[in-house]
Design a protein around this ligand. Structure first.
Ligand SMILES: *[C@@H]1O[C@H](CO)[C@@H](O)[C@H](O)[C@H]1NC(C)=O
Ligand SMILES: *[C@@H]1O[C@H](CO)[C@@H](O)[C@H](O)[C@H]1NC(C)=O
Length: 531
């Protein structure tokens, strides 16, 4: 696509600012209650630490699960992040684990080996099935349709001793970069209620960031394991394709290609828990990723890119720029490593390539999927018209998905084949540059969380996220501190396929250097108390 055409595209969307900006400002005025910071010290420990404490009988699972349930009840009125809690069942399961631990039949070492998530509470994005819990993914149905069985990764987490305490909010069918729907409503950012948590794993990250959860799972077809972690200052990891099974996700897809681009993955508050989670959740027949292999940061090559060169996305703002400068300065002064700018030929085309490739996936379940025939579609226009007259329970973005998909389906096949050829070249260039010993620092998004609904003039920035779905590379969203106004900022750490251990090692290093997750509103509460 010509650069001027891209500029037009950018300009058109930017024009919507005229409507979106004042409207979203007005809608944000009345939201200003501050989510209180966590007080219970049990909430400030990693899952890795909690497992060891439970196994060594320093704390009971019931105490830990109760602490998290209390915290969920405390913060949810500020966040609206929970779709459905499962507190009673969770407490029962915790007491069961405590009984097993107290029986002294197994040593702490045996317990930790057999149950790597022993007695730790977890939260689950509502789109991932937890038996008996809501799994409609923000879609309005006349009756409740609880999940019949656990998704593969939930099964693995529970077999390892984890205890689900709630399923959390998403946009309808995960089709937005903000989190609201007509079932649960709008989820708010713990650092500022006026702002979005991002999407689609927005409910998960709001709970993690407010210390109402310590480990969670989500899904990512266009950045959902990376954008909410950036907006909420926690860690998210989109794994190498097929490392984790995607079985049990709603929406699912009949196209086997889907798993090349779509992934489930962990989101956590402490970087060490990423390794723990992937070890437990990975599928035995997945790719051979050496998760436990020690990584010597000093022997890695470090690259960065501050702009995707598409002329469609916004350039990064001063807060994200500061995060890059900080990372580069740290690598230079602490490890003597010069972070080099990565140059990939035609990388600016990746925006169009990823949009075309992702919209070429067939048979993703969506609101137009014919309930009688999984490969068929019901008619588009009745839904579109109903939405236009405000008579639809479907989200605007879910309605638009069908229109955009149909548009791309009408484009000639030959133009798609050309795109694929170009894509292969770019993919090979990334593969050569990253090899098995390099990481790339890349923006997650140009700026920290924006006001609710501003996604409508900013959605083109998804190009920073979709590029790695399309390339199939593992990417860790890593928090890099708060802005002067107290909003989280982060960036993506990317590596070549099957090198998830490298991005996680660097995330652990940056957590040590820059502090990782910071509880929300801590500063303001301290000043209120001392005033
Ligand atoms: C869902 O949409 C209808 C209008 O179609 C509206 O009356 C209702 O309040 C909405 N429910 C929620 C929870 O937002
Ligand atoms: C289902 O829909 C597809 C696409 O419209 C069509 O080709 C197919 O024949 C339909 N199958 C049945 C059983 O109706």
């Amino acid at each position: 696509m010509h650069v001027w055409l891209r500029w037009c595209c950018r300009a058109l969307v930017s024009l919507s600012w005229v409507i979106v900006y004042p409207l979203t400002y007005l809608l944000s005025i009345r939201r200003n209650r501050k989510c209180p910071p966590p007080a219970n010290p049990l909430l400030m420990k990693s899952a890795t630490t909690l497992v060891s404490m439970i196994a060594k009988r320093q704390v009971t699972s019931e105490e830990v699960v109760s602490a998290y349930i209390d915290r969920c009840k405390e913060v949810n009125p500020y966040l609206n992040a929970i779709v459905e809690p499962r507190y009673d069942a969770a407490l029962r399961e915790a007491r069961y684990i405590d009984k097993m631990v107290a029986s002294n039949e197994k040593t702490p070492e045996q317990l930790m080996k057999e149950f790597p998530l022993l007695g730790v509470p977890m939260t689950v994005k509502e789109s991932i099935a937890v038996e008996g819990m809501s799994n409609d993914c923000g879609t309005v149905y006349p009756v409740r349709n609880p999940a019949k069985k656990d998704a593969d990764i939930v099964k693995r987490a529970r077999a390892a001793g984890a205890i689900p305490i709630a399923v959390t909010n998403t946009p309808q069918l995960c089709m937005n970069w903000e989190t609201y729907n007509n079932v649960t409503g709008l989820t708010m950012n713990p650092y500022d209620q006026k702002r979005t948590t991002g999407g689609s794993s927005g409910g998960e990250c709001a709970l993690l960031a407010s210390a109402a959860s310590v480990i969670g799972v989500g899904s990512d077809i266009a950045g959902s394991l990376r954008l909410p972690p950036m907006f909420n200052g926690v860690f998210g990891h989109k794994p190498t394709p097929r490392l984790l099974s995607v079985e049990g996700h709603n929406p699912d897809c009949l196209d086997p290609e889907f798993e090349e681009y779509f992934a489930l993955g962990p989101m956590v508050r402490y970087a060490e828990d990423l390794t723990l989670m992937l070890r437990v959740l990975r599928h035995p027949s997945g790719p051979q990723v050496p998760l436990e292999k020690p990584v010597d940061i000093k022997r890695l090559k470090f690259y960065y890119m501050e702009y995707d060169e598409s002329y469609i996305t916004n350039k990064i703002g001063p807060d994200v720029k500061k995060a890059f400068d900080k990372a580069r300065a740290y690598m230079k002064h602490t490890h003597g490593i010069e972070v080099e700018k990565l140059k990939i030929k035609n990388v600016g085309d990746m925006f169009e390539i990823s949009v075309r490739v992702l919209f070429n996936i067939q048979h993703i379940k969506n609101i137009y999927t014919d309930p009688q025939n999984r490969t068929g579609w019901v008619s588009l226009w009745p839904n579109v018209l109903k939405k236009m007259f405000g008579l639809s329970d479907h989200s605007l973005t879910a309605v638009c998905y069908g229109v955009v998909k149909k548009f791309f389906d009408t484009l000639p096949k030959s133009s798609y084949n050309n795109i694929v050829k170009q894509f292969e070249e770019i993919k090979q260039d990334f593969d050569r540059a990253l090899s098995d010993d390099a990481v790339l620092l890349f923006p997650t998004y140009p700026a920290p969380a924006h006001l609710h609904y501003r996604v409508f003039s900013k959605f083109l920035n998804c190009g920073y996220l979709t590029i790695f779905n399309c390339l199939g590379l593992p990417a860790t969203a890593c928090p890099m501190g708060l802005t002067d106004s107290g909003l989280p900022v982060g960036l993506q750490i990317v590596a070549n396929k099957n090198n998830d251990h490298l991005t996680i090692a660097v995330a652990k290093e940056f957590e040590m250097a820059f502090g990782g997750w910071v509880p929300p509103n801590k500063q303001s509460m301290i000043t209120i108390k001392t005033a």
